[in-house]
Design a binder for this molecule. Structure first.
Ligand SMILES: C[S@@+](CC[C@H](N)C(=O)[O-])C[C@H]1O[C@@H](n2cnc3c(N)ncnc32)[C@H](O)[C@@H]1O
Length: 246
């Protein structure tokens, strides 16, 4: 059961960050932005610096044990995390050490009442805050960003488009990449002839079943060539009867 048709409050993102001005950023544009305006989802920010207590409002300090860079202080970040406790959803710490974000995780997050997204800076956050809060660590890929804000926006973009009403039907169908472990088939639009290249004949045929079969075959081709990891999962699923088609 999705969240559609319930009378709960809209799916709510609460972002804990040193850069609240970075939000909504791109999430304020396009259909996600319209969704925000229409209260289909909500976005709140908690400024971590607001929890600093010394006269310099410092949020970081040098690492015990030495080494380069600074670490976000547990007393400051811990207080921000506590202040977010009433906000809906699990606490996610954006971190290169986390489990890699994927479409299945996006769907799982869309089923929650919201998410609390903790954005690190510097070398990251004192480990004790992560232990004490039970934050789930999520990475957006095997590279190091300078802060969690861009990562939080990536996660939110992928989740928000799955919420009822935000994208109309576009994101709800089963055809998008990663649905059923396949990448998507190629798309074409008018003109039917462009720079000597024509659109595959079958797409002009008006024959829905042939179009469906052609798309499925192209999706399989592309997945097999580009993503052996997905392809093997797809074959396994088919072998055990987990695919609707095939
Ligand atoms: C410079 S990074 C810290 C990297 C950390 N010292 C390490 O090597 O794992 C600062 C912050 O950016 C965010 N970040 C960096 N790369 C990320 C990624 N791939 N996915 C999610 N968040 C990331 C995290 O919030 C992190 O605390």
């Amino acid at each position: 059961m999705t969240r559609a048709g319930t009378d709960r409050q809209p799916w709510t993102a609460t972002v804990l960050t040193l850069f609240p001005e970075a939000f909504p950023g791109l999430l304020g544009s396009s259909l996600a932005g319209k969704g925000l305006e229409r209260d289909l989802w909500r976005l709140e920010t908690l400024d971590i610096r607001g929890f600093a207590r010394d006269k310099h409002r410092s949020v970081d300090d040098t690492p015990f044990g030495g080494g380069a860079g600074m670490v976000m202080r547990p007393d400051v970040v811990g207080a921000a995390v506590e202040a977010s406790a009433e906000s809906p959803g699990p606490l996610v710490y954006l971190s290169p050490r986390g489990r890699t974000f994927d479409q299945a995780m996006a769907r799982e997050f869309a089923e929650e009442p919201g998410l609390r997204l903790l954005c690190g800076r510097y070398e990251g956050i004192d480990e004790r805050v992560l232990e004490a809060s039970g934050a789930r660590e999520v990475s957006i890929g095997d590279y190091v960003l300078s802060g969690g804000e861009v990562a939080a926006q990536v996660v939110l973009d992928a989740v928000v488009r799955l919420l009822p009403g935000v994208m109309g039907n576009e994101a709800s169908g089963g055809d998008e990449s990663f649905e059923g472990d396949l990448l998507e088939y190629p798309h074409y639009t008018r003109p039917a002839e462009w720079q000597g290249r024509s659109v595959p004949e079958v797409l002009l045929s008006g024959h829905h079943e042939r179009v469906r079969q052609w798309r499925r075959a192209r999706a399989e081709d592309i997945t097999e060539r580009r993503r052996p990891d997905l392809w093997h999962r797809y074959l396994e699923r088919r072998r055990t009867g987990g695919n609707e088609e095939g």
